[in-house]
Every structure is written in C-alpha cells, then in structure tokens.
Design a protein. Structure first.
Lengths: 447, 569
C-alpha cells in the first residue's frame, strides 16, 4: 500500500494540490496469517515506556511472598490482580551509592534510570533509559518519545538526555490531544492522502536556519558548542517529522481516534482525585497515540518523586505523611501513607488496563509494549534505595515473559535497565557504572 | 509534623551530616567578613570574563521581545519549555539549558503562529510598512525591507547581506510554491523566530583596539547584555543604533545609554524580573493551599500577592530610590480588594491597586511578612517555620542550608509530636534537642518561628490552639521579640546585602562568579554601602563596568565549569 507512494509521487500530488486517494478499510488480509505483522509493511511496532510513581511502597505489604510464576498478591499489589498474568514484579534489586550521599527521592531514581549514581543531579549528564531506547527505536515515528504527567505540573519529568536537556512533560490533556491529533496528524487509515503543501516550505525554512551554524559556533566555548549541537539535533528531529509526513503511513487497524479533544481539567494542588481522573484521560490519549504509531517510546508520571499528592483537608502531602505520620505498631505501617501507595497501584492497574483494552493484531496493544513501572525509593519513610519497587507489563511483541515475580537478592538494579534495553534491541552488552556495572540481564523474564 | 515535611522538600545538593555544621559556620564567616575596608576603584578584569556567553531567552524575555517588536496585540500561546534554575537563579540556568526535541517543536509552532499573525490581514498594514505589487507573486523590494527591519530587531544585530539575501530568496521561493506573497513572507519570518539567533542571546567577540591581541564583546552583544539586564527585553532601536555607531565602546557613550535606560520607566520590568528570579516567583503558579483549611485561598489571591510584592519592591527601590535594606522593615505596600480579604484590611478601590501602609500594631513589616513569601514557603494546610526559615537563609541571605541526612530517623521527632504539642514551637522541640537535627534547624527554625503570627496562607493570628504564639528568636547573634525585630536583624545583616550584590552580578552575567571577580564584587559591595544601598546605583556600576563586558576567547575551549562558585556557599 504505502509502497505505491514514494516521496516523489507524494510531492507531485502535493504540488499540484490534488489529493491522493487510496482504498481504506483495513481488512484481515492486510495482516499476515498470525496477526503479528502488517502483510505489506514491517511487523507491528514494539513500544517501550516508563510509568513512574513517587514515594515507593511498604515492602512488607507489596513484595509477593512467592517467587516465580503465579506469585501471590499482598495488600498493596492486589489492585493488579486482573492483569497479574501480564505483569512481572521485580523486587530486591538495589541501587548502590558508591560513596555518594543519598539525596532523598533523587539519587535512587536517577541511579535506576541512568545506571550511574548521580553525585549532583544538576550536572548529571547521563541520558535516561528511555532516551537510550528512543535513540535505537524511535527514529521512524512522528515523535521520538512522548512525556506525559498526570499531576498537572509540566516540570514533573524524569526523562532527560543531559542536565541541560530535560524533556518537559505534557500536563494539559487538551494540549496533548492537539499535539497528537490536531491538524498535523496523519490518520494512517484515512481514505485520502493529502500531504500538507506547507511541509516543503517548512523544510526549506529549517534548512535555511541551519545554514548559519558554523558561524554561530565558531567562537563558543566547548560546552556552549555542545548546547548549540543539541539545538540543531532537535531541529533535525523536527525536519524528520516533516519528511515523514510526505509519505503515506501504512494503515493501522488499531488506530482509532475514539474521542474528541478532552476537557482541559488540569489538576491543581496535586489533588489526588483530580490526578487520578487526569491520569485516566492522559493514559487513553497515550494509548491512542501508540496504536496510531505516533511514538514508540513514552514516559508517564503519575506522581512526582517527592509525592505532592494531596487529599482534601489534609495538612501536607503524601510525601510529608511518609515522614510525619505515626507508625502504627499494631499494623506495622503508616495507614494514611499506605492509602496513597494503594491509589498509586490502582492507577498503575488502570494504565495497564487501558493498553490491554486496545486490540491490535491478534492480541492487544499491551502485548506489543514493554512498560517499565518504578518508583524512587522502597520505603519512603527511610528513603531506602534498596529494593526500589519495579514492575513490567506487556510482552514486548513476544520478547518478554510475563506473570513472574523475580527477586533480585540484592543484585544491582542496573540489571533491570540492561534488560529493558536488550529487549528493545539496543545493542549493548553491559550497562551501569561503578559497582552497578552489569552484563547480567534478568533472564527469568526473557523469552 | 511540620518539620519532617520540610526537611525533605529541600532542593539543593545533599551533604553529609557533619558538613552541615561546617557549612553554617562557613556561611557565618562569609557574612562577618563581607564588608571590606577598601574603597579602591574596581580592578580591571579584561580577559577574565570567560568565553562569549550563550543564554536562552526566558519565557518572559521571549514574550516581552515579541511584544516590543510586533506589538502587544500579537498573541503568544504557550506552553514554553520550562526554564531551569541553577545555583539559585534561573538567570544562571539560561546559560546551561539547550533546546529539547519537544522544546523545538514548541518554539517552531510558536514561530509560525506569531509570523502568521504579523502578516495576516489584520496586522499587515500596521506592521509591514510596504505592500507588494501583487499579493500572489514575489516582491523582492518589499520583502527585503520587511526582513531587514525585523531581522535586525529579532536577531538583535543587522543581518549579514548574504544572510538577508538568503531569507529574501526563501520568502520568494515559498511565495511561488504557495502562490501567496504573505505566506512566503510569513514562513521566512518564522525562520527568523525559530533561529538560534533569536532564541539565544549569543555573544560575538571582536579584536579589541585598546588591547592588541585581545578581544572584546562587539557593540551589539553589549547592547543585548544591557537591555536584558536593565529592561529584561530585546534592545530597542536606539540602543541597536548606538551599538552600530560604536557608542557603547566608549566609557562616556556607554554611561549615557545606561543612564537613559536607568531613567526609563522600563527599568521596572528589569527590576521585577530580577526579584522574581531571586524570590523564586515562578513557583507561585503551582503553589496551592487546601481549600477546606484555607477557604480564602485562590489563584487570583496568589497572582495579586506576587504583584503586590513586586510593586512594593519597585516602588521602594525605583520610585523612592530607597535603601535596599528597608525592604525588610517597610510597611508601605499596595492592596487590591482581593488581597484585603486575606490581610483583613479595608480597601476602598473596587478595581485595581491602591497604596497601603500597615500601622505599627498590624505586626506586618518587610517583604517576608507578605503573602507571596508566607504562602509560597509551606505545605497546603499549615505554616512551616522550617521552610520559611530556609527560604530567608537561601533566597535573602544566599546561605546554603544542607539537606537532611538521607537516613534521618524520625522516631524521636514523632515521639515528641505525640506528646500533644500546642504550638508549632512545641512540635519543633526535637529540632532543638536532637543534635543531629539542631545543627541545621537552629539556623532555620528561629527565623520561621518569628513569622508564626502568620498562618499557612499568611493570615494574621495571635494564638495557636488557644496558646499565645511566641515569636522571639535570634538571628546570627541578634535577638528579637517579634517579626519587626527579625526585619531589623535582616536589615542589619551583612549577609542580606552581600547576597543582593552577588545575585545582581550573577543575574547580569548569567553565570557563577569566577575567582578573579571576587575582589571586584567586594568593591561593588562597598560601593553599594557607600551610596546608601540604592539599587539603581548598583545596576549602574555593573552595567558600566569592564567586568560585566569582559570576554576571553582563546580558542573557545575555556569552559564555564572552570569558573568556581562563590557567594551561595
């Protein structure tokens, strides 16, 4: 299908201002016999994403007792019951501080997602896992990655290429919708393929902007030259987005824009009920974006690392509770804090359900995705970076086994990040630095 | 309860516990020797300024530049890529941020949106100054006129002839492609708006005739530094013209333009931007109070509170040419009806602002007793002496408060909290009695406790749970009974003065202070004191100094990282 429209054909169509019409309905004959690939194009895309929540868990109420398949679900995990078979629980993997002071809620998280324990996160120039994976797999989609937060605060993001390139999160559902499905969206299943005549114009303007590069960077210091390079790399990615729009995307059965632009209810003050509602809306938009192959990499923040989640009438935040709330000797935990952990796990289940509900090929969108969920600490009360809770959901197009509880036994947490990269096809044998360097993936979940 | 929350919301680099006491000690040391005996003229620092700087426009600078160049009618839809705070200032962050992929997408969309407005039917007559012969074909003369004019304003220097020709050519080619003169022109303008020459303030150096073999900033780079420092916006036509004539390269020419800018009403924009940065006012947007605990909280109260403080500052420092230190004791301010409800004072004006002066009995004096400060530094449901104290130390005194140890044990704190405390002071007992806590908390809590007459939103109260609030305390050896006394202590503290001078210079330079500049900063501080702590005078000294414009090229491999920190530690 798409093969009949090369770039020249598309350009000709565009320049003459006429629409190029193609037959539409995606029938089963477009898929190969086992439903894992488009007959005409490549295989169904495999996506990677992170799902983050702040302030960890109560390990004794979260870690399953049983290791391996058919693990048990204790109190804080019971919410994932309907999707247990599609989720792996990873416990007992540790961040090693290597002499670095543990800056609460920051050190553990950045060690987990960059493989290197940061001395100072403001100068920590190691790319996060999602960026490494996006570089490997994200080049042929409209967005190399999408960052989303349910909290309403665009600064809630942990995805970054370096300390000077922190990827801002989409915080407004309406703006996110417009970015995804607004005028620049190319419906892969549209009857007509009518490339925007302005695409070539925009490309020629960006090319003009690039022309001055040498003159600009000539006399700059090394660091500023790098920053300019980063600017031009970002410019190049916008060019690639435009170039992609010159050819018709292959049809995608799962791509159905089911809703109109959502109401723009951005949570204020981290009110947990509003964050939960917004998370649902944002998750649905993100799932549509994945089904329409707008990106292969995403980052969803449910709550920030210093969880500011707030319940009406409460004096402080979830984070404050983890330190201030009296420890209930009888229960063995802090009940109000635990309530927030449970809301987080409930939201995680909602996210998994949202992907599982999108049919794709002979399975679901979730089957073709690898979602990596993690927090910043295990027990937030003590800021422990040992056994930071992690999970994966989805089979990554058949590359990952699900339904297992793997106990790390104090192994370096980088084993998990290495596994994520290898599953997603990043050609790397080892990951991490210092005592966290590892070449040992978590083979228990590999097919 | 308070404390523990606050202990964790710390944002700066964590140090191990024993360093905590060291750091406080060092901070006091810095304060006590901050006033120098000397009053010699500033040593020349030519060649010590580091490589030409590259600073990304802040959101406010972007918006203000567009408004100045095309008029306030042009709408600028967000969102922007967030600015980043480094070493206590967004201004320092501007020298470190680049543009992410998502950020470029946003700038690109903004550029096309703005350019389309500039060339649309509504605005073109006002903004373009010429009409093409035919609206569907290229018109090189008109295009050249428009792009030359706006290219110079947007890129803050005249375009090279070849560069201008390339933009004109692109406009012509795209006019032909799209069959619309204004569409072609609009896309060329959009190119200028997304170009690094607009999004970043990029310095250029040129050979320095006075110092053979050395380089100096060219006039246009100087014009940008001046304009963004004093007006927080792009240089106006007069300043660019002066740069073109070389006037900014002479002492007298520079002084004349600095004076023109200091006496312009636009100085207010510059001073507001500086204090918004120093006081972390970008966080006001996301501060929130619990509606059931503080029913008077609203977004509009917070917006007015921010405006109130900025008005208080500019009125005092510019209109009255007041002593900076009096900002810690002043009772002059401005009110809206909206604010009157929270301050519980009568406001006659139904709309807008009116001047207001608190009486001595009102218990309010100084910036730190305004809602913008009180509400910003605390959790949603109550006041936090620790967070308020930390904000005074870090924002107003430039003293670094270390984060609590990662493995801090809260059991003792919880135990003391359970002994049914009446006031916050009671709850903070553990902070004073446990040596692990006391080292840091003794420099924060006493300041915050002096502000305990104000609840989490900043409303006045005399009692807490029926008990009279004790606001006495001590700041670096200066004891006080109440917040007025705290204001006096801050007014007399050498740290608040050196903090302002240090911040002003780092704000101006967009980077940390180098070792070579420390001596000059000491001189600047003395000069500030001798001239009665007047901010316009301080800005004049900076804006006319060699130090502010110093640049060293030398192959471009000098790294900003080589410059050492000062001040904040």
């Amino acid at each position: 299908m798409a093969a009949t429209f090369d770039r020249r054909t598309a350009l000709r169509g565009m320049l003459s201002g006429t629409a190029v019409t193609v037959a539409l309905p995606l029938l089963d004959c477009f898929l190969n016999t086992n439903g894992t690939a488009l007959a005409a194009g490549g295989p169904l895309p495999v996506r990677f994403g992170t799902w983050f929540w702040g302030c960890g868990v109560n390990p004794q109420r979260w870690v399953p007792g049983k290791v391996g398949a058919d693990y048990d679900l204790v109190e804080e995990l019971k919410y994932i019951a309907p999707f247990k078979d599609q989720i792996n629980v990873l416990s007992g993997f540790d961040v090693r501080l290597d002499g670095v002071t543990n800056e609460p809620h920051i050190t553990g998280n950045f060690a987990l997602i960059t493989g290197t324990t940061p001395r100072d996160v403001n100068t920590h120039d190691v790319p996060t896992l999602d960026m490494v994976i996006a570089d490997a797999v994200g080049n042929d989609t409209r967005f190399r990655s999408l960052e989303v937060t349910a909290t309403g605060n665009p600064k809630d993001t942990y995805s970054r290429r370096s300390s000077s390139l922190v990827n801002p999160s989409e915080a407004s559902p309406a703006a996110f919708y417009t970015r995804l499905f607004g005028p620049e969206f190319q419906d892969p299943n549209a009857a007509e393929f009518r490339p925007d005549p302005q695409i070539m114009t925009r490309l020629s303007v960006l090319s003009l902007v690039k022309d001055d590069r040498q003159k600009l960077v000539r006399q700059l210091g090394a660091r500023d030259r790098e920053r300019m390079d980063e600017y031009f790399t970002s410019l190049r990615q916008t060019e690639q987005q435009l170039e992609m729009r010159l050819t018709q995307p292959p049809p995608l059965e799962a791509c159905k824009i089911v809703s109109d632009a959502p109401e723009d209810r951005i949570p204020e003050g981290y009110l947990v009920s509003a964050v939960i509602d917004n998370h649902k809306v944002m998750s649905e938009l993100l799932a549509m974006a994945l089904a329409c192959n707008q990106t292969k990499v995403f980052n969803m923040v449910f709550s920030n690392a210093f969880s500011n989640l707030h319940k009406e009438g409460m004096i402080g935040f979830h984070h404050g509770l983890t330190h201030n709330e009296a420890y209930d000797e009888k229960l063995g935990y802090q009940p109000e804090s635990a309530w927030f952990v449970e809301r987080s796990m409930e939201a995680w289940a909602t996210f998994v359900e949202t992907l599982a509900n999108v049919r794709e090929g002979d399975g679901s969108l979730l089957d073709n995705t690898l979602v990596f969920a993690h927090s910043d600490s295990s027990l937030a009360r003590t800021h422990s970076v040992l056994g930071i809770p992690m999970m994966t959901a989805g089979k990554a197009g058949g590359r990952v086994k699900t339904g297992y509880h793997v106990k790390g036994g104090g192994d370096s947490i980088t084993r998990v990040g290495l596994t994520m990269q290898q599953v997603m096809g990043v050609p790397t044998e080892t990951w991490g630095t210092g005592s966290m360097e590892t070449s040992l993936p978590v083979s228990e979940i590999l097919v | 309860m308070t404390v523990a929350t606050s202990m964790i919301i710390l944002r700066y680099a964590l140090r191990s516990w024993w360093k905590c006491s060291l750091s406080i000690f060092a901070a006091m040391l810095v304060s006590s020797c901050a006033v120098q005996e000397t009053a010699s003229p500033p040593p020349s620092l030519t060649g010590e300024g580091g490589p030409p700087s590259v600073r990304r426009l802040t959101e406010v600078q972007y918006r203000q530049s567009i408004a100045d160049i095309f008029g306030a009618e042009i709408k600028i839809p967000g969102p922007f890529e967030p600015d980043i705070r480094r070493n206590g200032l967004l201004a320092v962050g501007t020298s470190e941020v680049a543009v992410t992929r998502a950020g470029f997408e946003r700038y690109d969309a903004l550029a096309r949106n703005i350019a389309a407005q500039v060339t649309d039917k509504e605005n073109r007559a006002r903004l373009l100054g010429c009409v093409p012969e035919n609206s569907t074909t290229a018109d090189a003369a008109c295009t050249t006129q428009v792009l030359k004019h706006y290219g110079r304003l947007l890129h803050r220097r005249p375009l090279d002839p070849e560069r201008l020709a390339a933009y004109v050519q692109t406009a012509a080619a795209e006019t032909r492609r799209l069959g619309d003169y204004y569409a072609g022109l609009s896309f060329a303008l959009a190119g200028m708006l997304v170009a690094p020459e607009f999004l970043f303030r990029i310095d250029f150096a040129e050979p320095d005739p006075a110092n053979p073999g050395r380089e100096r900033l060219d006039g246009y780079s100087k014009a940008s530094r001046l304009s963004f420092l004093l007006w927080n916006t792009t240089p106006d036509d007069a300043l660019l013209a002066a740069a073109g004539r070389g006037e900014l390269d002479s002492k007298s020419g520079l002084a004349a333009h600095v004076d023109r800018m200091l006496t312009s009403p636009r100085l207010t924009d510059g001073v507001r931007a500086f204090f918004s940065d120093m006081l972390e006012f970008e966080d006001i947007e996301t501060v929130s109070k619990d509606g059931t605990i503080f029913p008077r909280f609203s977004r509009s109260v917070m917006n007015d509170a921010e405006e109130q403080t900025l008005r208080t500052i500019t009125d005092h420092l510019i209109s009255r040419n007041g002593d900076y230190r009096d900002l810690f004791t002043t009772r002059h301010t401005f009110m809206t009806r909206n604010l009157g409800i929270v301050y519980r004072v009568p406001v006659a004006a139904e709309e807008g602002w009116e001047p207001y002066e608190f009486s001595e009995d009102d218990g309010r004096a100084g910036l730190m007793t305004q809602i913008s400060f009180l509400a910003l530094h605390g959790p949603p449901g109550r006041s936090s002496p620790t967070l308020r104290g930390m904000a005074v130390r870090e924002l107003l005194m430039c003293q670094h408060v270390p984060s609590p140890p990662g493995n801090v044990d809260f059991s003792e704190f919880e135990a003391s909290s359970e002994a049914s405390p009446v006031t916050v002071r009671d709850r903070l007992t553990a902070h004073r009695e446990n040596p692990v806590c006391a080292g840091c908390h003794k420099i924060m809590d006493p300041i915050g406790l002096a502000l305990e007459n104000f609840d989490g939103l900043g409303q006045y109260r005399e009692t807490e749970n029926g008990s009279k609030i004790d606001t006495s305390g001590e700041l670096d050896g200066y004891t006080y009974q109440d917040v007025t006394g705290l204001g006096e202590a801050l007014r007399e503290s050498p740290a608040t003065v050196s903090c302002l001078v240090n911040n002003a210079y780092r704000y101006a330079a967009g980077r940390s202070v180098s070792n070579a500049e420390k001596q000059w900063l000491n001189w600047l501080e003395d000069n500030f004191a001798q001239n009665g702590y007047r901010l316009p005078n301080l800005l004049r000294e900076i804006a006319t100094s060699d130090t502010f414009f110093a640049v060293s090229t030398g192959g471009g491999d000098t790294n900003h990282a080589a410059l050492s920190e000062t001040g904040a530690d």
